[in-house]
Design a protein around this ligand. Structure first.
Ligand code: ACO
Length: 365
């Protein structure tokens, strides 16, 4: 039987949330290039309601999200328990999301804005607690992105940085039926609660072929810098050893990831203003060589490695940032799937042999 490997190209459901048709990313029909300067709150509203919000609706959503960003003491106590090295931050996040589900309503009363707000603060708390840094307080009169950045960096970001990071969050907010979103939808199709769906999504995002790639990209850059090896020699060696170069290639975008094009500009700007151009320059050399050698383009995870480094984050926490940005899309898809009400339960083609069972095999004397 000729099966599509990895479900490539298989349409498994209709959606009104986002599309990558013709390799063009749109949120509820709007091209990502037109949304990159929209506020995070506007995009959250758009993805959750599939309609453009009014100015008042954006303000109300901002207020609600910010007011819900404070975590209950019990949740902080639990995060402190799990946020201990040497656990990987994504493992801590996996446990934390599950814990959030036990400290909040399991009966469906928790609304998506409450959950998104708690996710952002929990991720910032994980980042700070594992470095033994004190937790910061939410400022009710700031926007969501400004608060979030403050919570994980400990410093009030400049308006220019808020704008750039807001674009990063918007570009990551959703991406059709990617692996983690599909995972969340499978769990949602059983009518499980939001936190169960989100925990599963975090597990899927963790892998290096999906969200975990951003961490690996920075590890590669750091290794090249530390060892002094020429980037081209490094790539040659990896490819000769049959290894994939993280941050390149994409299941959908065979001629370039539209998000990476925008993120490249942000990475360059942040690298210049934080004295990190060495990493951006390495990325440029690698990207040029990769195109020449393999015709592969950078994906969304490639330039965020430099962006997150410029924000002072340790590479092990990069994928938790991705989770913070993607929670918006996960929630939109969970709601759409639960509303649809259909159980996702595909079939498989058994290719093993058939037997008659006669009990355990006796060991040969
Ligand atoms: N480095 C080197 N070669 C690659 C890479 C890469 N990053 N990506 C693809 N290729 C090669 C494959 O080895 C394969 O070669 P072959 O035909 O000679 O066997 C060919 O290109 C096709 O690659 P597939 O892995 O079959 O393509 P697929 O669509 O299944 O994979 C994927 C997409 C998983 C993203 C792949 O490109 C990859 O592993 N990239 C590196 C990991 C990464 O950056 N992941 C983040 C993706 S974005 C996201 O999920 C948020």
């Amino acid at each position: 039987m000729d099966l599509p490997k990895g479900l490539a190209g298989v349409v498994i459901s209709e959606t009104k949330i986002s599309s990558t048709k013709d390799a063009k990313l749109t949120y509820s029909g709007y091209p990502i290039q037109e949304l990159k300067d929209a506020s995070f709150e506007e995009v959250v509203y758009l993805l959750w309601h599939q309609e453009t919000p009014t100015v008042e609706q954006v303000q109300d959503l901002r207020k609600l999200l910010v007011s819900e960003m404070k975590l209950p003491d019990e949740t902080i106590r639990l995060i402190k328990e799990v946020a201990k090295e040497p656990q990987h931050p994504m493992s801590i996040l996996r446990t934390t999301v599950s814990l959030l589900g036990t400290t909040h309503n399991e009966d469906g009363l928790d609304q998506p804005p409450v959950i998104l707000a708690k996710m952002l603060t929990a991720i910032a708390a994980i980042i700070r607690l594992r470095d033994n840094q004190k937790l910061m307080e939410v400022h009710e009169d700031w926007g969501v992105v400004e608060n979030f950045m403050y919570l994980f960096t400990g410093q009030r970001p400049s308006p220019e940085y808020v704008k750039m990071f807001s674009t990063v969050m918007v570009l990551h907010a959703d991406h059709e039926f990617n692996a983690s979103t599909f995972t969340a939808r499978v769990v949602a199709s059983t009518q499980a609660d939001y936190y169960s769906c989100l925990t599963a999504a975090v597990c899927a995002l963790k892998g290096p072929l999906h969200g975990g790639a951003n961490e690996q990209v920075f590890k590669m850059l750091a290794e090249i810098r530390e060892t002094g090896i020429k980037p081209i020699d490094y790539i040659e060696k990896q490819i000769a050893a049959g290894k994939k170069i993280m941050g390149f290639g994409h299941r959908i975008y065979k001629h370039g990831d539209p998000r990476a094009k925008i993120l490249r500009g942000i990475a360059e700007k942040m690298a210049q203003t934080t004295n990190n151009s060495v990493y951006f320059d390495l990325e440029e050399q690698i990207a040029n060589y990769m195109f020449e050698k393999t015709k592969l383009y950078p994906n969304v995870d490639y330039y965020t490695a430099v962006i997150y480094h410029c924000l002072g984050l340790d590479s092990s926490t990069f994928t938790t940032m991705f989770a913070a940005c993607r929670t918006t899309g996960w929630m939109a898809h969970i709601i759409e799937q639960q509303t649809d009400g259909t159980l996702i339960r595909p079939s498989s083609e058994y290719v093993g042999e058939m037997h008659h069972y006669t009990g355990p095999i006796k060991a040969q004397a």
